[in-house]
Write a protein that binds this ligand. Sequence first.
Ligand code: MN
Length: 201
Amino acid sequence: MFTKVVLPYSFAALEPFIDQATMEVHYGKHHEGYTSKLNEAVSGTDMDGKSIEEILMNLDESNTAVRNNGGGFYNHNLFFSQLFLNEGGSPTGNLADAINSKFGSFETFKEAFNKAATTRFGSGWAWLIANSSGELEICSTPNQDNPLMPFAETKGTPILGLDVWEHAYYLHYQNRRAEYVENFWNIINWEVVGRRFEQAK
Ligand code: MN
């Protein structure tokens, strides 16, 4: 059985950047839906008992139930577990070095990531990934797809993910996705993201 990540913070902890009402619906309803539908979809199949990473990395593109709900489950567990009010924090250690060497600076990296997030048409995600050579790349995916899936345009291990579905921001920001994306930088737990980078390398 797949279960939602337990939040190490309260629904109000990310205010004013993500409001409590959005957290209640997003974590409590949307993420709940992906998780229970994923459990239904894998139950009794040969995917039962496998890790979500293994399932997604071997996924058949036409398996829409697992593509949508397995992607949704993985993406939201990753998203919610990397959040925390960081009070202007930024990456440190190997991740900071890798960002600087790949993008030139943290500021340039942020601009490129923001562009991926704001230009994704409709629903989807923006990602920072480590590719198979351990190198950082920015990309985006539609709907609940992610870079683990074999048919993704850019493949790799997600390090940082931003949900740009309207359900992630509409209550507070309405149509102002760019403002939501800009505020994302205030609520990233760089310790968690740095650990993912170490594990992915
Ligand atoms: Mn979402």
